[in-house]
Design a binder for this molecule. Structure first.
Ligand code: C5P
Length: 236
């Protein structure tokens, strides 16, 4: 596999072409941003952890029938993925109140919901990823009705699998963000990453935060939290 030109550089990853038009190489960085890029920093070793963790989780999800973009881990920081056109929706599932949910609705963090919630944001940095509903997504032609149904079905299925995986290693899955893409034939697959950057993960006993909130909220122990969550997943 030949690593071609850089196609894109995002906040946490770079994307390169390959000699196969259907495949791309993703290269994970240690750069961290929060609050739509207003806060910037580095989390040493994050790229290595997020690359491997996302790949392990996507492989577990594939086994459960959820299609993903994952093809092969190439190195500590590089992964071969299927080329997709990203559906410009951030899909957020919540099991417990936290973050923007707590802020928006004026409730404390840590309220366990009877059933998971789903919400969509329009992926648009200039607009600050505004919250939208399915009707808005259709009006904006971000996805078709069928695609939205598929995305919802996969997102809830991902939640059930991830909750079980994390529970097994003493971690509570509070909430997370997913992104989906379309393959060249239109098939919807899970894309982007699943990592402590994109999930809230709390120690099941102490509720200690083991995710990017430690960076967002200047709590310290960021690197240690990423290492700890990775250790739990791989030593399980
Ligand atoms: O900030 P908020 O509470 O809406 O975040 C919900 C979940 O989505 C968190 O796990 C957060 O890490 C993730 N998220 C993300 N990327 C964003 C917004 C939220 O990964 N742009």
């Amino acid at each position: 596999m030949i690593k071609g030109e850089q196609l894109y550089e995002g906040k946490a990853k770079k994307v390169f072409s390959t000699d196969d038009p259907e495949l791309l190489i993703v290269d994970y960085k240690d750069d961290a941003t929060a609050f739509n890029g207003l806060k910037k920093g580095t989390i040493q070793g994050k790229g290595v952890i997020n690359n491997h963790m996302s790949n392990l989780l996507m492989q577990r999800l594939e086994k459960k029938g959820i299609p993903t973009h994952f093809v092969k881990e190439l190195s500590e920081r590089e992964t071969l993925v299927k080329k997709v056109s990203i559906v410009p929706l951030e899909v957020i599932i919540r099991n417990i109140s936290a973050g923007s949910f707590s802020k928006r609705y004026g409730v404390e963090e840590g309220i366990v919901f009877d059933a998971p919630t789903i919400e969509f944001s329009y992926k648009n940095d200039d607009l600050g990823d505004p919250l939208i509903n399915e009707y808005h997504a259709l009006a904006l032609k971000l996805a078709t009705k069928e695609e939205i149904e598929t995305i919802k079905k996969y997102a809830f299925a991902v939640n059930e699998e991830l909750k079980a995986i994390w529970k097994h290693v003493g971690v509570t899955l509070v909430d997370f963000k997913l992104e989906f893409g379309r393959l060249s034939d239109g098939t919807i697959v899970l894309a982007d990453e699943i990592s402590p950057d994109t999930c809230r993960l709390w120690d099941s006993e102490t509720n200690e935060k083991l995710d990017k909130d430690r960076f967002r909220r200047d709590m310290g122990g960021v690197e240690e939290a990423y290492q700890e969550i990775m250790r739990r997943l791989t030593e399980a």
